[in-house]
Design a protein around this ligand. Structure first.
Ligand SMILES: NC(=O)c1ccc[n+]([C@@H]2O[C@H](COP(=O)([O-])OP(=O)(O)OC[C@H]3O[C@@H](n4cnc5c(N)ncnc54)[C@H](O)[C@@H]3O)[C@@H](O)[C@H]2O)c1
Length: 280
């Protein structure tokens, strides 16, 4: 018996990184998984290398290895019509949708806010916030059809709690995710559907590499930034031992009285005083 036997989970941005880890763990608990991801390997706007078709194929292989059914859907989540089409394909394949993990995202170019182009601002908000809104907008009616017991988790970031200068457009989008989730938790409570948010700290995924590439940074310099940044000497942690257990918990019946909550999984980085190594 798994926690999600024969339940259907949509994971946006699931072709690699944290989404792939979530897909495997939920499949191991008996769920069937629809993986929605751009999966075209392109440098899209914002200038950022997305998951490839090969990444998607690897996620499919790993999910199937857990004995689950999996539906890969390649789409741009910024396009409402494409999201509607993905909902139709998912319902046709699995008969309905019980849970949504909306966690696609991309980091921005580092720049002062007043030097951020309007185009770049709009791109970063579209990928990190509007795409999650569109996933919610079109998936929620299907979750409602299944009756009480459904759940949604939206991935924000510690950038949604505090501020990282020169990444302000990303922080604004991630703060927006918390507003979206709290609003939805209120609207969906009477349907017996829960909505929670996860704020990862530093997680070792292709996003970190792509951020270095897009900003002309050396990966080794990027990695050093995480040394000593948290309270537990976690550094860049693995999704499998950080955000994935948080997602599994928040979707599961163990969290049946938890809604509108923001679970911060950052080894204490966001509460660490930055005036020296006070904690060590
Ligand atoms: N890695 C970290 O340190 C970190 C920290 C805090 C928050 N996050 C957040 O966690 C989430 C998962 O990121 P990750 O670390 O696994 O990175 P990742 O780059 O490996 O995964 C993000 C996925 O989103 C997909 N995607 C992006 N734009 C898309 C679009 N328009 N349509 C469809 N798919 C799209 C990408 O192809 C990719 O597979 C993101 O929301 C990210 O902002 C990551």
């Amino acid at each position: 018996m798994g926690k999600f036997d024969d339940k259907v989970v949509v994971i946006t941005g699931g072709a690699r990184g944290q989404g792939r880890s979530h897909a495997r763990a939920l499949a191991a608990e008996g769920a069937h998984i629809a993986v929605w991801d751009l999966a075209n390997g392109q440098n899209t706007r914002p200038p950022y290398r997305m998951a490839s078709a090969d990444d998607m194929a690897e996620t499919v292989r790993l999910v199937e290895q857990e004995g689950a059914k999996v539906l890969p859907v390649a789409l741009d989540l910024r396009d409402g019509a494409a999201v509607q089409d993905a909902v139709a394909k998912t319902v046709e394949t699995f008969g309905g949708i019980d849970y949504l993990v909306a966690q696609q995202g991309a980091m921005p170019l580092t720049t002062e806010t007043w030097n951020t182009t309007e185009e770049h601002w709009n791109d970063v908000i579209a990928v990190n916030l509007t795409a999650s809104f569109l996933a919610c907008k079109y998936v929620i009616p299907e979750i409602i059809k299944r009756g009480p017991g459904g759940a949604i988790v939206l991935t924000s970031s510690t950038a949604g709690l505090t501020t990282f200068p020169w990444l302000t457009c990303y922080g604004a989008a991630k703060h927006g995710i918390l507003g979206l989730g709290k609003g939805l938790a209120n609207e969906l409570g009477s349907y017996g559907i829960r909505v929670n948010m996860v704020c990862p700290g530093a997680v070792d995924t292709p996003m970190v590499d792509a951020f270095a590439e897009a900003n002309g940074l050396l990966k080794s310099d990027m990695w050093k930034q995480f040394d000593g940044a948290d309270l537990l000497s976690g550094g860049l942690v693995k999704a499998e031992e950080s955000t994935t257990p948080a997602i599994v918990y928040l979707l599961s019946n163990d969290a049946r009285w938890v809604t509108g909550h923001t679970l911060v999984v950052d080894a204490g980085a966001s509460i660490k005083p930055n005036a020296g190594n006070v904690a060590s």
